[in-house]
Design a protein around this ligand. Structure first.
Ligand SMILES: Nc1ncnc2c1ncn2[C@@H]1O[C@H](COP(=O)(O)OP(=O)(O)OP(=O)(O)O)[C@@H](O)[C@H]1O
Ligand SMILES: Nc1nc2c(ncn2[C@@H]2O[C@H](COP(=O)(O)O)[C@@H](O)[C@H]2O)c(=O)[nH]1
Length: 185
């Protein structure tokens, strides 16, 4: 019998469709627990504190880091993001599948601290499609899109570090593939 990978990390460039895939997957499988990150980024319209993120101040983020309350954290395109440690460990101890949706720097930290984690890279069908998706989402001004696209070049080059790559051509197909990797279906 194969050992079930309990912790799955989903990474990939900004705008590739991570949140879209995860939301689709959790509509049919709400039992897949997604970690809610802390961030210093300002909420986008419709984003709710405690649901999409814990929106924190710089001081609050400093304290979370200093108190060791984050499993990993990173600065991404001008804001800080981190995974609250306690909630993840609780779910893992309860034997539940856990999903983190985090950037490359965070994925590398998780690999260091939790060797059993499986790292999944979500790739765009093409660079042009990634630019189209990030721009088309309409949530960031042009200068932030530029920073995110600069980060995307680094993230795309790191794809070989991941255990598995899924190409996000179809949200439905990728959601199904991710569920299978997590051994949920
Ligand atoms: N397979 C797909 N085909 C076409 N459009 C898609 C697909 N997947 C996602 N999108 C669209 O791409 C845009 C970016 O998706 P999403 O916000 O889920 O990306 P993300 O990877 O979570 O980004 P970030 O890392 O910035 O949070 C959204 O407008 C979404 O509707
Ligand atoms: N290292 C971490 N990265 C995280 C975390 N939560 C989200 N993210 C990643 O940040 C970027 C930008 O997200 P956005 O919501 O501002 O578009 C994206 O790649 C996320 O996956 C985290 O806790 N740690």
């Amino acid at each position: 019998m194969s050992e079930r990978p309990r912790l799955t990390v989903l990474s990939g460039p900004s705008g590739v469709g991570k949140s879209t895939v995860v939301a689709h997957m959790r509509k049919e499988h709400p039992e897949v627990w997604l970690s809610v990150s802390a961030t210093t980024r300002k909420p986008r319209p419709g984003e709710k504190h405690g649901v999409h993120y814990f929106f924190v101040t710089d001081d609050e983020m400093d304290k979370l880091i200093a108190n060791g309350e984050l499993l990993e954290w990173a600065e991404f395109a001008g804001n800080r993001y981190g995974t609250p440690r306690a909630a993840v460990l609780e779910r893992l101890e309860a034997g539940e599948p856990v999903l983190l949706e985090i950037d490359l720097q965070g994925a590398r930290q998780v690999r260091e601290s939790m060797a059993e984690a499986q790292l999944v890279f979500l790739a765009p069908p093409s660079w042009e499609e990634l630019v189209r998706r990030l721009t088309g989402r309409g949530t960031e001004p042009p200068e932030v899109i530029e920073r995110r696209l600069d980060a995307a070049k680094v993230e795309l080059a790191a794809e070989p570090e991941f255990d598995t790559t899924l190409v996000n051509t179809s949200v439905e197909d990728v959601a199904r593939e991710l569920l299978a990797l997590m051994d949920v279906v």
